[in-house]
Design a protein around this ligand. Structure first.
Ligand SMILES: NC(=O)c1ccc[n+]([C@@H]2O[C@H](COP(=O)([O-])OP(=O)(O)OC[C@H]3O[C@@H](n4cnc5c(N)ncnc54)[C@H](OP(=O)(O)O)[C@@H]3O)[C@@H](O)[C@H]2O)c1
Length: 328
């Protein structure tokens, strides 16, 4: 593919939202030693993508301009680098490109270590939400909350906030697989959907009880997988079991102060900030669950690449139910 051009969507400066995206033709990337080149069938957007554009991770990301955003991709292997052992042209895969994006395009390169085979019966859209949202839910449920996905641990009481979102809808399903009692929060329109994903109790976050995170059955939470924004420690604290913890996937300055205070005072109730560490073996585990019909991706909406700005605006709006997908 060397020297060939492809369609891509990029931005050249911080800010601008959907209007900052430009449709361009750029060279198809060349896979290095341990990389595969994919022809993309589906790309999923995450709040991370527009947060990078807003400059919320400057000066680290993006590494340079122009920048092609998005890192959750699914497609077909076209070429492999000389060190790649497990993939060949024609294989269908799902992958995490890297935090440096490259996904909103016809083609992208991914590291072999973060690329996983996709079984033929599973569509690209079924798995493309897994790299960021699925892996974050997996890390929160298994590593941070200590739940075994085979259900072998003791039953824990788990609260998932923003359970209708990309991360939350996977977290509800994974916590249920681990035999947890799951309470969830979402908007009124999504209550039935979140119940259908396995939640035992669902709170509308706009009601008084929902805003207070009160379990309808009076349970105290062993872990909160906190996927929403702006809920203070004082709201969580009375709802936690004696050793309960809040796993905060959007830690801001206030929650980092709470994290430090709880550590320094040896509090039994803890706030744990979570930063995703993507692992190929966990992505493989999630793909297997999708194949076995034990995990599903709720799709909010799909857009062709030439409507990527609409998909971007929808993600910034913050009201997606499940995943927003772009299909190059
Ligand atoms: N730490 C990490 O490594 C990491 C990894 C992944 C994601 N994140 C962050 O985690 C957050 C969630 O990501 P996401 O992909 O799940 O977002 P998302 O898909 O955009 O979440 C949207 C959903 O959240 C619901 N929601 C918003 N505020 C809520 C509230 N106060 N209570 C209950 N539900 C609420 C919305 O419901 P309504 O439409 O009804 O309002 C909507 O369904 C983002 O800030 C993201 O950047 C962090």
């Amino acid at each position: 593919m060397a020297g060939k051009l492809m369609n891509a969507v990029q931005y050249t400066a911080y800010g601008g939202g959907p209007d900052g995206l430009q449709h361009v033709e750029v060279p198809v990337p060349t896979p290095s030693k341990d990389e595969v080149l994919l022809r993309l069938e589906a790309v999923s957007l995450n709040p991370f993508d527009w947060k990078v554009q807003k400059g919320m991770l400057r000066p680290f990301l993006p590494r340079k301009f122009p920048h092609i955003p998005a890192s959750d991709v699914a497609g077909e292997v076209i070429e492999v680098g000389p060190g790649v052992k497990n993939f060949k042209p024609g294989d269908k895969v799902v992958a995490f490109t890297s935090r440096n994006g490259g996904g909103l395009a016809d083609f992208a390169v991914t590291k072999e270590s973060l690329t996983v085979a996709r079984p033929p019966e599973v569509s690209a859209a079924d798995v493309v939400g897994l790299p960021i949202a699925g892996l974050t839910a997996h890390q929160a449920v298994t590593q941070s909350a200590g739940i075994n996905l085979d259900g072998s641990g003791k039953e824990a009481n788990i609260l998932v906030t923003a359970a209708s979102g990309g991360v939350g809808h996977y977290a509800v399903q994974l916590a249920k697989r681990g035999n947890a009692h799951v309470t969830a929060t979402c908007g009124a329109r999504n209550i039935e959907l979140v119940k259908s994903l396995g939640a035992d109790e669902v709170l509308d976050y706009k009601t008084t009880d929902g805003a207070a995170l009160n379990s309808p059955s009076g349970r105290k939470y062993d872990a909160v997988i906190h996927c929403a924004n702006g809920i203070p420690w004082s709201t969580f604290e009375p709802n936690l079991s004696p050793n309960g913890k809040v796993i905060d996937i959007t830690p801001g300055p206030t929650s980092l102060v709470t994290f430090a205070l709880k550590k320094l005072t040896f509090s039994k109730k803890q706030l744990v900030p979570l930063v995703l560490i993507p692992k190929g073996e966990n992505l493989q585990c999630l793909v297997n669950l999708v194949k076995e019909g034990k995990l599903k991706t709720v799709i909010d909406s799909k857009y062709p690449l030439d409507k990527a700005a609409e998909a971007w605006a929808k993600s910034i709006d913050g009201h997606a139910t499940g995943k927003i997908i772009v299909e190059p």
